[in-house]
Design a protein around this ligand. Structure first.
Ligand code: PEP
Ligand code: MN
Length: 277
């Protein structure tokens, strides 16, 4: 399709062609569904270890947790930084989970890559091309989140940028976009998930947490994302959401996460019935 002409190396040039991303013990895009779960921010050793152990037992493959946080307000908690990376490494060693964590600055890419199995590029950074280049050069797989005002073509151009810098291991993530609607934090663009599954060879996952903004809505958005073809989910979970240092309103409790994990296999079947490759 013409609108994606600037992203030739991420398109499905051959029908059925898929990029399978291997990150630590996890495989994304290879047919098996992948769940990435954990707190918005790494806060304390206890908080992270409790969460990592819980989500691993529930069947997640990847632990998420931000050490460097892109906060809209300069007065908000900005993340633990290096200490957060140390805690993530500890949680990975204890559970065998792979780790995904955000890199905010090009100068930090190598340092974050020492711990991360997957480098997350956040929504606000999707068009930070020097960051994309630095992240690509680490050789780690990249989880590229869609900018909140970016089109699918913009997202694929940023993915192409990473691939052009020699790193083919990119996962794209729909996390909701800005629209006139304010009853959810962002508008989950389910259509974009279906389009991405059609046009790109890259694995496509969805983040229902940042789209929903409220934990009660997360299961419905997760279900619709999977039905539209998402090959994995990125979900915020916290042992005590009311005490979270960031994004507590949208964090699932352990109990809610267990329910989601128990129901998810039925959602995958919906996807299979819709014959999404
Ligand atoms: C996050 O994953 O915690 C995050 C900040 O996400 P986004 O970049 O989608 O806002
Ligand atoms: Mn968050």
């Amino acid at each position: 399709m013409d609108q994606f002409a600037d992203a030739p190396d991420v398109l499905r040039d051959v029908p059925g062609r898929k990029t399978v991303v291997r990150a630590g013990s996890a495989e994304i895009g290879g047919g098996a569904f992948v769940t990435m779960a954990g707190p918005c921010s790494v806060e304390t050793e206890r908080q992270l270890m409790e969460t990592a152990e819980h989500v691993a037992r529930a069947g997640a493959q990847v632990l998420r947790g931000g050490a460097f946080k892109p906060r809209t307000s300069p007065y908000s908690f900005q993340g633990l930084g290096r200490e957060g990376l140390r805690l993530l490494a500890m949680a990975r060693a204890a559970t065998g989970l792979s780790v995904v964590t955000e890199v905010l600055a090009a100068a930090d890419a190598e340092m974050v890559a020492e711990v991360a199995d997957i480098l997350q590029i956040g929504s606000r950074s999707m068009e930070n091309y020097s960051l994309l280049e630095a992240a690509a050069h680490t050789g780690r797989p990249i989880l590229l989140k869609r900018g909140m005002a970016a089109t699918v073509a913009d997202l694929l151009r940023s993915a192409q940028c990473i691939v052009s810098h020699g790193n083919p291991n990119v996962i794209v993530c729909e996390r909701g976009i800005r629209t006139f609607e304010t009853s959810t934090r962002n508008t989950l663009d389910v259509g974009a998930i279906a389009v991405l599954r059609e046009v790109t060879r890259l694995p496509v996952i969805a983040d229902p947490s940042h789209a929903a903004g409220r934990r009660e809505l997360v299961p419905a958005l997760a279900r619709s994302a999977v039905a539209a073809g998402a090959e994995g989910l990125l979900v915020e979970v916290h042992p005590r959401p009311e005490e979270a240092w960031s994004d507590g309103e949208q964090a699932l409790t352990f109990e809610q996460f267990d329910t989601l994990m128990a129901e998810a296999p039925r959602w995958h079947e919906l996807r299979a019935e819709a014959a999404v490759a």
